[in-house]
Design a binder for this molecule. Structure first.
Ligand SMILES: Cc1ncc(COP(=O)(O)O)c(C=O)c1O
Length: 432
């Protein structure tokens, strides 16, 4: 049990969360190494060892720190980056460039150049102009790079509109229209600067149903067949993206195999049918590896009870360290960590300290009526897209990240200071 209550206090991966809050300060992101490792173990057992020629590329946008990248390396994972900044973090962590894949709908020429210089494993081409940029950079440097095309499979997944990415009306990917896709494929096959491997899709995030994935596999395999027929070219790699759902409140996380087994079966059957060798298959989970491994600790400050209307419990963080409730109306659960055994007999709205009415972390949540200023409030499942989306709105510093494992804790990212925040500020000479 990663989370347990002992003597009225919440413990996380063996650590007393109240002691963590006092030792490292609040707000504080806490990441359980044990939980992350368990997810990697599941992936190794049910995907990597079960099927030959497969890879897992952790989508590090979910939680990107040098320590996390190092953990991926130690566990034999590849990673997926979407910016020069993520790529730089990975390289600074000593991650091998050839095990990195580069996604993104508007990669900057400077980012592509950086990727080519490092000798990146793959670029997932995500638009009709990108190949021009890649070719000209490779031509200039006398290098080649492996590419896949990210396609929009035209499937609609059942999730928040902002995290659907596979429907036709999307900024991501190349539409599956023949007159658009095939000239691109032909060009890539013939290009001396790129090695065309195959196709990539990502249908969306926080998904609990495998049917959109299976529909996307059907769509992509039809194109694998067409590429073979039209160009005599056997696609060598298919990337199925990420998006596997996690538990925030009432959801039930499905095992990876619920998604990957039927997809692998479909791909295999298709390849046998059209008599081509099984391609390499890659998945790119992000959230499902780190979300449940994280929690955020806050200190409760002011409490405002508006009789008959609402009771607001303010904490010392908010949308700056977790923008998801404001951005996607995401739901979370939490508990007063130092009064964890008390009855949850009070309906409150947990809000942050930013100057926005929308800075609400959890609306209408049952907690103990004994909550008061100075208590520690823990919000669960904040490991994904929390720290990685953190911002300095109102010039609140970005919290520290602590990694915990079996009762031990260690700093992973130190708390940002006010001086860090203004380090780039320069007063224009005309104002002095
Ligand atoms: C291309 C791609 N791969 C992987 C992911 C990771 O998705 P998730 O964190 O939901 O697993 C994303 C998320 O946006 C993505 O765009």
């Amino acid at each position: 049990m990663i989370r347990e209550i002992k003597d009225g206090v919440l413990y996380f991966d063996g650590c007393n969360t109240v002691e963590l809050a006092h030792k490292y300060g609040t707000p504080l992101y806490v990441i359980s190494q044990t939980d992350i490792t368990e997810k990697f173990t599941e992936l190794k057992r049910d995907f990597l060892s079960k099927y030959e020629n497969t890879r897992v590329a952790y989508a590090c946008k979910a939680f990107c720190t040098k320590g996390m990248i190092k953990l991926c390396q130690r566990e034999g994972m590849c990673i997926d980056v979407v910016s020069g900044g993520e790529l730089y973090t990975a390289m600074e962590a000593g991650f091998p460039a050839e095990q990195i894949e580069f996604n993104g709908n508007n990669k900057l020429p400077s980012e592509i150049e950086m990727a080519v210089d490092y000798g990146i494993g793959r670029i997932i081409v995500d638009g009709l102009q990108e190949l021009d940029i890649i070719e000209s950079i490779c031509r200039e440097k006398g290098k080649t790079v492996k590419i896949l095309y990210r396609i929009t499979p035209g499937v609609k997944a059942d999730t928040h509109d902002y995290i659907i990415t596979g429907k036709k009306d999307s900024k991501f990917g190349i539409p599956l229209d023949e007159h658009i896709l095939y000239p691109q494929v032909e060009r890539a096959i013939k290009s001396p600067y790129v090695e065309f491997l195959g196709f990539h899709f990502h249908v969306g995030s926080q998904l609990f149903d495998n049917s959109p994935y299976l529909q996307a596999v059907d769509a992509v395999m039809e194109h694998v067949k067409a590429v073979k027929e039209k160009f005599g070219y056997g696609v060598r790699e298919i990337n199925l993206g990420g998006g596997f759902g996690v538990k925030y409140t009432d959801e039930e996380r499905k095992p990876y195999s619920y998604f990957t087994d039927p997809m692998m079966k479909k791909i295999k059957a298709f390849c046998e049918d059209i008599d081509i060798p099984m391609p390499a298959v890659v998945i790119e989970p992000g959230r499902s590896i780190v979300a449940e491994a994280g929690l955020t600790l806050y200190e409760i400050g002011s409490i405002k009870d508006i009789p008959g209307v609402r009771k607001y419990v303010s904490v010392d963080g908010g949308m700056g360290d977790n923008i998801r409730p404001a951005l996607y109306q995401s739901q979370y659960e939490g508990i007063v960590a130092n009064k964890a055994s008390l009855d949850r007999d009070d309906r409150v709205t947990v809000c942050g300290k930013c100057c926005e009415s929308g800075d609400i972390l959890i609306k209408d949540h049952m907690i103990t009526s004994k909550a008061e200023a100075g208590d520690i409030f823990a919000i669960f499942s904040t490991g994904a897209y929390g720290y990685s989306m953190a911002l300095n709105y109102n010039r609140n510093p970005i919290p520290a990240v602590v990694m915990v494992k079996e009762g031990k804790s260690e700093i992973m990212v130190r708390r940002q200071t006010y001086a860090d925040m203004i380090a780039g500020d320069i007063i224009p000479k005309t104002l002095i």
